[in-house]
Design a protein around this ligand. Structure first.
Ligand code: AMP
Length: 275
């Protein structure tokens, strides 16, 4: 596996070849590895990136303490059959850069976009730059970050970027907790409680599929989460990929939720099976 620190090195290693690409911020877990395995199964050459992108963090977020176990990440990439690991520093990615990519409308402005102003500008900009640097044929994303999938999809369509996007399912712990690099911040007690977010989503999904009004299912779920010590930020039924909210059971494609537990912001979603 080649570890490329510069754009020139990465481009030289991949020039003219058909590549499956997995962008990450590192602290790799089974969720990331599932994307790498899918890329490996579908492409003879696989590239991954590890870059903790400052532009997608808000001023009061966890940029400085975000885990950066680079040697472990590199070993996991190597074991997963990654051919090129692109791990640039800030200057490589942003030195002199005064351009940003902004996706507008509900796709980027609701939910995570509202909770984290500027977040999706950071995501769209870094993903656009990574696509232009590595020129992959396909890129792999997890639906754990469902709105991110929608934002990237919209950007690729609107900017006519010639790439195939693959959006893959959420990998969870046995408890149901969606794997996330940020789960490392959870205390042992909170880690047990954290799986209740998925349980609340699943219960609401069952109720909505069976005809309970979305409003009632949502109310019950947010009350239950609050009783357990969560501070819900949103819990909503939406239409994907538009990301617009709906109270019509037959229109909703996903339930999305974000809630704080202690100082950790958890993010999860389920698809609505009946639709
Ligand atoms: P991150 O390192 O958090 O930027 O994530 C890199 C990619 O891994 C994104 O496409 C995420 O959606 C995806 N990902 C993160 N957690 C999971 C998970 N539990 N299951 C599947 N994909 C995931």
């Amino acid at each position: 596996m080649i570890i490329a620190r510069t754009i020139t090195e990465a481009r030289e290693a991949l020039a003219g070849r058909s590549v499956g690409f997995v962008p990450t911020m590192g602290a790799l877990h089974e969720g990331h590895l599932s994307l790498l395995r899918a890329a490996k199964a579908e492409h003879s050459l696989v590239a991954a990136s590890v870059f903790v992108n400052p532009m997608q963090f808000g001023p009061n977020e966890d940029l400085s303490r975000y885990p950066r176990p680079f040697e472990r990440d590199a070993a996991l990439c190597r074991a997963a059959g990654v051919d090129l690991l692109f791990a640039p520093d800030y200057d490589q990615m942003y030195g002199g850069c005064v351009t940003k990519v902004t996706v507008t409308g509900p796709v980027a402005e609701l939910w995570e976009g509202a909770q984290r102003p500027g977040h999706f500008d950071g995501v769209a900009t870094v993903v656009c730059k990574l696509f232009n640097i590595l020129k992959p044929q396909a890129a792999y994303f997890g639906t754990k970050d469902l709105q991110q999938c929608s934002v990237v999809d919209r950007m690729v369509v609107d900017l006519n970027i010639p790439i195939e996007l693959r959006m893959l399912p959420i990998i969870r712990e046995e408890s149901g907790l969606a794997l996330s690099s940020r789960n490392e911040y959870l205390s042992a007690g909170d880690r047990e409680t954290a799986s209740s977010l998925f349980a609340a989503l699943q219960k609401a999904e069952t109720q909505i599929s069976q005809g309970t009004p979305i409003h009632d299912a949502r109310e019950e779920a947010t009350n239950a989460l609050q009783r357990l010590g969560f501070v819900p930020q949103y819990f909503a039924a939406i239409r994907y990929p538009e990301m617009t909210p709906t109270l019509e059971n037959r229109e909703a494609t996903h339930l999305i939720a974000s809630a704080k537990l202690g100082c950790v912001r958890l993010l999860d979603n389920v698809s609505i099976c009946s639709n």
